[in-house]
Each structure stands twice: as C-alpha cells, then as structure tokens.
Design a protein around this ligand. Structure first.
Ligand code: 0X9
Ligand code: ZN
Length: 301
C-alpha cells in the first residue's frame, strides 16, 4: 500500500494515482498531461466534486532531486479525497483540482537509479551533457536572466523556449484548460519560502499586494502546527533572478490571479535530502497553509 513514510519510485506513485481513480471514479479522473523525453507519461488527476468549480492547478516534481515535492503533493491529494476536517472538506469540494505530482519523470527516476542530486530533464543537449532546467524553459521572458546557455549547466535554459518535451507538452495541456484555472501552485524545495511572480525582473504583478497579504496569512497558518518559519515575497527580491519558470509563464500568459511557488522544508540542514520522517509533518503544515490561502483568497475575491 502507498504511504508517506518513505519516498516512492515513479511507478509506485503512478499506480497509486490509478488506484485512486479506480476507488473514486465519480470524483477522480486520470489525466495524461504530457510526456517526457525518454517517453514516460506525465500523469495527473482531476479531482472534482462539482462541475464548474474554479480550478486549482498543482505542480510537483519539476526539479528531479526535490523529492519532498511529489511526496507533499500526493499527501495533499489524498487528504482532499479522504480528510474529514471540515475546512479541508470545504476547500476540496469548492474547487476543481488538477494535480500533477511529477512534472519531470525522467529526472525523478534518474535520481533514484543513478544520481540523487540530479535536477534537470534528461535529453542529450550537447558537449556530452544532459538535460535542461525545466524551470528555465518556459516561453515567458525566456533566458533573460538567472539562466545559463551552457548545456552542461544546472540552470541551462534549453535550446529555445519549450525545447524540452516535458515543458512543451505540459504547456499545451495547461493551455487547453487555462480558462478554468484560477490558481497555479508549484512545489519545490528547499528554503521555506512562498514566492510571488515574477522571476525575470522585480516587476510586481498587478495584484501583488493581495498576493502578499494572502501569502502572509498562509505562512502564518503554516507556522501554527510546528513553528516552521517561512518568508513571503517577490522571487527577485527574496531569492534571485530566474526567468523562464512555469509559474511566470502561467501568470504572464493567462493572468491567472493566484500564483505561488513554495520552497518547502528545510532551510539547508538536510536540503534536498530531507529525511523521510519529515514528509508527514511537512505535508500537514503545507496543507494548513493552503486551507488558509484559499479561505483568504475567497474573501479578497
Ligand atoms: O531556481 C528555481 O527554479 C527555484 N528554486 S530551486 O532551488 N527549487 O531550484 C525558484 C523558482 C523561481 N520561480 C520562478 N522563476 N517562477
Ligand atoms: Zn526547484
């Protein structure tokens, strides 16, 4: 059976998604959102209790080594289906959820078989090197800053926007549902931050003040359970310039109002190698923050 006591291989996650569809066929539908260079599927589900709710898109695992991201995303999906907490239930049933735990399946498998600290995709890119940074390859202010044009770099932007199968196919899927989406949330690790677009410049999005307020409310709720401290802010202000990220493309292209990127636990003690004993606590506090986020977002309209 599936659990959150350890990190799982891609097939275990995909089999679990299939089992959710089989057990809850009225509310959980399978989606193949895209595919990878090595031919794997980018599998997700749509969870809906009521046709026509506003959509929330959840992106996990775009960076291969950030294992806590798929783990937290699958935990949240499970709670959205099974929780009996009234606030979680209300949130679950008030939105249509598009949930993709592993955006970069080739990289994720590679971190399990060969190199635990692999970040990128796995396409041969030249000079004997592999992969582009899938969070630098989206077609919005592509390669303007915080990227490398060297195919051997960890932050290689790719040959051109959407040169990677993963970003190209997922962007096409997102385009096909964009009119239904009111929020896009990406999960990375680590640093304990809640990031507001954009990454290409310190330009603030039009509803920055609302996103900052909702974000603070959300990280305050996150801190209540175990005292975990997050910071909220504009990407360029609180980390670094990083253009071509998925959230920036979604926000810049479709003007989706509620867009955030989480950098989950921790602050560097274990970094990407976060012990599995921290999966459940990290997931619980993150779910607390999402409940607060969407309650507050609904109030602000
Ligand atoms: O550099 C990144 O892609 C993210 N940090 S990480 O350590 N997980 O690699 C930050 C993402 C910034 N997001 C956007 N520019 N949209
Ligand atoms: Zn990342």
């Amino acid at each position: 059976a599936f659990d959150w006591l350890g990190y799982h291989r891609l097939n275990t996650i995909y089999n679990w998604l299939d089992s959710l569809v089989a057990q809850h066929p009225e509310i959980v539908k399978p989606i193949i959102g895209g595919s990878s260079y090595e031919g794997r599927r980018i599998k997700g589900v749509r969870l809906s209790y009521k046709e026509g709710n506003p959509g929330i898109f959840i992106e996990g695992g775009i960076h291969a080594r950030e294992w806590i991201s798929p783990a937290v995303v699958t935990y949240i999906l499970n709670e959205l289906i099974l929780s009996d907490d009234s606030r979680v239930r209300y949130m679950a049933e008030s939105y249509d959820w598009y949930i993709f735990p592993v955006f970069n399946p080739d990289g994720y498998e590679y971190t399990h078989t060969t190199n635990r600290l692999w970040r990128k995709t796995r396409r041969p890119t030249g000079r004997g090197c592999y992969g582009a940074d899938p969070n630098r390859n989206w077609n919005f202010h592509w390669a303007e800053g915080g990227v490398s044009r060297n195919p051997c770099s960890e932050i290689y932007a790719g040959d051109r926007p959407f040169s990677e199968t993963e970003t190209r196919t997922m962007s096409q899927y997102i385009d096909s549902i964009q009119s239904k989406i009111f929020s896009y949330i990406a999960f990375h690790s680590y640093s304990q931050l809640l990031l507001i677009p954009y990454g290409h410049s310190n330009e603030r999005v039009s509803n920055y003040d609302d996103l900052f307020q909702i974000g603070n409310y959300s990280i305050n709720a996150l801190s209540k359970r175990y005292g975990t401290r997050y910071k909220v802010g504009n990407i360029v202000d609180i980390i670094y310039v990083a253009s071509g990220g998925s959230m920036d493309w979604v926000r810049g292209t479709y003007n989706i109002p509620v867009t955030y990127t989480y950098e989950l636990r921790d602050k560097g003690r274990y970094g990407f190698i976060l012990p599995a004993s921290q999966i459940i606590p990290t997931a619980k506090e993150t779910l607390d923050s999402l409940v607060a986020m969407f309650e507050q977002a609904a109030k602000l309209g």
